[in-house]
Design a protein around this ligand. Structure first.
Ligand code: ADP
Length: 448
C-alpha cells in the first residue's frame, strides 16, 4: 500500500535537510529520499562558508556591510545575468538564515572573504574549518532530534501528477523495488549536474576532459524529473569551473586559502592575475598559461589561519620547504624569480596596494614565515548555475511562468540566482535560504 506524507524531500544535501527541518517544524509529516548510501550530497564538500550581509556576527566583529552592496557585487560577479527577484530575496533573507542555523545549534561566527566580494561576509565555523562537514553534521543532528525519516539508497524516479497537481513520487529502493509515496508537496533538492559528464559536455563541449570537484551523485536527475512534469529551465550552459583544483585527487583547494593571503604563481615563478577576482576570470587566466596550471603558494601564517590547509597537507599533495629558495627547487621553479615575486607581493601588502594586478582584498600579511607551501592546481567543473525556474516562494514554474502545484525546488537544482558565475560562499547561502523557504511553503501548501 502507498505511504502517505505531507512533504517528500528529494535529496539530503544542505538544501534538502534545511527544507525537511523547516517543514517538520511547520507541522508537516516529512520524509527525505536520498539515492546515495550516505547523507550530505555535494554540500558536505563545501569549503569556504556562507555569505550574508548585515548579520549579528559581522556586527560583533565590527564589520560594516550592507545588503545593497552584497546584491550589487553578486550581480556584477554573475555578469548581470542573475534573476533580480530571486537575488533580492536571497540577499534579504540571508541574515535570517544565519540566525536560523544558529538557533538550531549551527553557529557560523567566524568571517572571511571570497573572490568578487569587497567585504568580509563569508561566515564559517569558529574553528575556521571547512563549512560542509560542520553544516551537515549539525543539520543531521536536527533531523534526528525531530525523528524525520530518511530513506538512503533510494532514488526518486518520477514525480507524479493528478489533475495538474503533484500527488507524490515513485521511488526505487536498494533492492530495486518500486514504491509510490503520496504527498501533496514534493521538494526537489537534488543538486547540480557537474558529475554528469555527458550533460556538461552537451551544454559546454569545451569542458570535455575537465575533472570535477563534485560527488558522484551530482547527476542532474532532478532537473529531468521536473522537466517531465513541465518545468522550464534557465542558464543551462552556465557551468562554473573552479580555478584551484588539485588534479590528481580532484580535491578543491578552498578559496579561503587565497582569502587568507595566498597567491597564485605560474610555473615561470610569476604572479599573473588578481587572485581575488571571480572564479570565471581566475580560471580563464590559468587556462591561458602555457602549462594550463599554476601553483598556489602560501606561508605558515596562512596555514595557521585555515584548518583546511592542514587537511591538504595530510592528503599528501602539498609541497613544503623551510625557505622560498628550497620550495622553488622542489617545484622546479626559478629560485630568483620566485624570490622576487614574493618580495614584490610582500611590498604590496605593506603598502596595501597591488601595483601589478590591482588586488584590493585579502592583502593580509607578508608571506615571510616558513615553512612555505605550494600546491599545483588547475580548474575543474564545480557548479552548475543553470537549472529549473522557480518563483520567490520556491514554487517550480512552467514555460508560461505558471506554478506547477505542489512542486518546489531549492539549491543547485534551481537556475537563475547566480547568473553566469557563482560567487564563493553563495552556494551554501542559496541552499539554506531557499531550503528554509521551500520547507515552510511546501508544508503550508500541503496542510492547507
Ligand atoms: P544542494 O547543495 O542543492 O543542497 P547537494 O548536491 O548537496 O544539493 O545534494 C543533493 C542530493 O540529492 C545528493 O545527495 C544526491 O545524491 C541526491 N539526489 C540526486 N538525485 C536524486 C534522486 N533522483 N533521488 C534521490 N536523491 C537524489
Amino acid at each position: 500500500a502507498p505511504q502517505n506524507y505531507d512533504v517528500v524531500v528529494v535529496g539530503s544535501g544542505g538544501g534538502g535537510l534545511a527544507a525537511a527541518i523547516q517543514a517538520s517544524d511547520a507541522g508537516a509529516h516529512v520524509v527525505i529520499i536520498e539515492k546515495m548510501p550516505t547523507i550530505g550530497g555535494n554540500t558536505i564538500k563545501a569549503s569556504v562558508g556562507m555569505n550574508a550581509a548585515e548579520t549579528r556576527f559581522q556586527k560583533l566583529k565590527g564589520i560594516e556591510d550592507n545588503k545593497e552592496l552584497f546584491y550589487e557585487e553578486t550581480l556584477k560577479g554573475g555578469k548581470f545575468k542573475n534573476n533580480p527577484e530571486l537575488l533580492r530575496e536571497f540577499v534579504n533573507l540571508a541574515p535570517e538564515a544565519i540566525e536560523w542555523l544558529a538557533t538550531n545549534g549551527i553557529e557560523l561566527n567566524d568571517i572571511t572573504i571570497t573572490g568578487g566580494m569587497s567585504i568580509d561576509r563569508t561566515h564559517r565555523p569558529a574553528d575556521r574549518s571547512a563549512v560542509g562537514g560542520f553544516l551537515i553534521s549539525g543539520l543531521v543532528k536536527n533531523i534526528n532530534q525531530r525523528n524525520i525519516e530518511v530513506l538512503l539508497e533510494t532514488s526518486v524516479a518520477e514525480i507524479l501528477l493528478e489533475n495538474g497537481a503533484v500527488s507524490g513520487v515513485k521511488v526505487v529502493d536498494e533492492y530495486n523495488d518500486t514504491r509510490i509515496l503520496n504527498a501533496k508537496s514534493v521538494i526537489v533538492a537534488t543538486g547540480g549536474f557537474s558529475a554528469n559528464r555527458e550533460m556538461v559536455v552537451k551544454y559546454r563541449p569545451e569542458l570535455d576532459g575537465f575533472v570535477t570537484t563534485n560527488h558522484k551523485g551530482a547527476t542532474g536527475s532532478g532537473i529531468a524529473m521536473l522537466q517531465n512534469i513541465g518545468a522550464e529551465t534557465v542558464d543551462m550552459g552556465e557551468i562554473q569551473i573552479h580555478p584551484t583544483v588539485e588534479q590528481t585527487t580532484s580535491y578543491l583547494i578552498s578559496e579561503a586559502i587565497r582569502g587568507g593571503g595566498a597567491i597564485l604563481v605560474s610555473q615561470a615563478g610569476q604572479r599573473f592575475y588578481n587572485e581575488m577576482e571571480t572564479r570565471d576570470k581566475v580560471s580563464a587566466e590559468i587556462i591561458a598559461l602555457p602549462e594550463k596550471s599554476a601553483w598556489i603558494i602560501f606561508d605558515d601564517q596562512v596555514r595557521a589561519n585555515n584548518k583546511a590547509a592542514d587537511e591538504y597537507i595530510a592528503k599528501g599533495f602539498v609541497i613544503s620547504a623551510p625557505t622560498p629558495h628550497e620550495l622553488a627547487v622542489k617545484i622546479n621553479m626559478d629560485q630568483e624569480t620566485l624570490q622576487t615575486t614574493l618580495g614584490r607581493y610582500n611590498q604590496f601588502v605593506e603598502q596595501q596596494k597591488d601595483e601589478d594586478f590591482g588586488r584590493t582584498t585579502a592583502l593580509r600579511h607578508p608571506l615571510n614565515q616558513g615553512p612555505y607551501y605550494a600546491i599545483r592546481i588547475a580548474p575543474g567543473v564545480h557548479h552548475t548555475m543553470g537549472g529549473v525556474t522557480i518563483n520567490t516562494d520556491t514554487a517550480v514554474l512552467d514555460a508560461q511562468k505558471q506554478v506547477i502545484n505542489g512542486a518546489w525546488a531549492a539549491g543547485e537544482v534551481v537556475g537563475g540566482i547566480h547568473g553566469a558565475n557563482r560567487i564563493g560562499g553563495n552556494a551554501v547561502a542559496d541552499i539554506i535560504i531557499f531550503g528554509i523557504l521551500a520547507g515552510r511553503n511546501a508544508a503550508a501548501y500541503a496542510k492547507r
